[in-house]
Design a protein around this ligand. Structure first.
Ligand code: GLP
Length: 261
């Protein structure tokens, strides 16, 4: 695991977008795992800008989103599918047929979860998985105590998780209490994982996830076991980390980061 600390949220997001852009340039048929949430908005804005300015093409890319609220799908204005459409898909040349998001309105949710796992397998697996960090240390909707061996399934959400999405829903409407999420094991099968964490309110959880013990109560701590995982944080989110001097040294001296500095 490597921790990269950038001065602010904007430069952290730009670095993540640069990693995605490089992945897609090197492999136009890359399979990307995508996340929703406020943290990702500037990443998608940067990718859309690269598409417009540099012609970065997503035409052959396949994408799999991490999660969706139960009761929501592409037709729902406040779904994660809608979020992706608004913030990324309609601004780039991706083929909507290859942009997968779990269908939270599926009649048989269990079958939907199995089909989602199969679609990921059929695509050849995820090359680059983007993650945000939830306030409870969750990744996707893998809430605290999610098994490290979990696969795509329906999870009941922590009230704090539902509340964090309040802004996406119309005033007065209850945020759904359940979501479909890919599992922690599904996430860990990605060939590379990049997690973006910004803002002081994530600082304590980030420190627990990367410098604390492996614990199901902090689902993101599972990432410590991944052989190719980078965490990009801004100064505010990094402020509870103990070994920042070392993390900065690695970023400043490792040749693989030269083009990103
Ligand atoms: C939600 C989503 C996650 C997201 C996390 C962080 O729980 N299911 O995919 O990464 O929240 O969201 P934000 O970036 O808005 O803080």
């Amino acid at each position: 695991m490597e921790i990269i600390i950038r001065p602010d949220a904007e430069s952290a997001a730009k670095l993540v977008a640069a990693i995605v852009a490089k992945t897609v340039r090197e492999n136009p048929q890359a399979v990307l795992g995508l996340a929703t949430g406020q943290t990702m908005i500037p990443v998608y804005a940067d990718l859309a800008a690269r598409h417009a300015a540099e012609g970065l093409s997503f035409a052959e890319v396949t994408t799999f989103n991490l999660d969706e609220f139960v009761g929501c799908n592409r037709g729902t204005a406040y779904s994660f599918a809608h979020f992706m459409e608004e913030h990324l898909i309609r601004h780039i040349d991706a083929d909507p047929e290859r942009c997968f998001i779990p269908d939270g309105c599926a009649e048989d949710l269990r079958a939907e979860c199995e089909a989602y796992e199969e679609a990921i397998r059929d695509s050849g697996g995820i090359d680059l998985q983007l993650l945000g960090l939830g306030l409870e240390g969750h990744i996707g909707f893998n809430e605290p105590l999610s098994a490290f061996g979990s696969r795509t399934r329906v999870k009941s959400l922590f009230p704090k998780t539902s509340e964090a999405s309040r802004g996406f829903f119309p005033a007065g409407m209850a945020v759904p209490g359940r979501g479909i999420t890919v599992g922690i094991e599904t996430i860990m099968e990605a060939r590379r994982i990049v997690m973006l964490v910004t803002g002081a309110r994530k600082a304590e959880m980030l420190a627990r996830a990367v410098e604390g013990p492996l614990a199901a109560i902090v689902p993101a701590s599972a990432l410590q076991l991944h052989p190719s995982c980078q965490i990009v944080a801004d100064e505010a989110a990094a402020r509870e980390l103990k070994h920042t001097e070392y993390y900065r040294h690695v970023f400043e001296t490792e040749p693989e980061w030269e083009e990103f500095r």
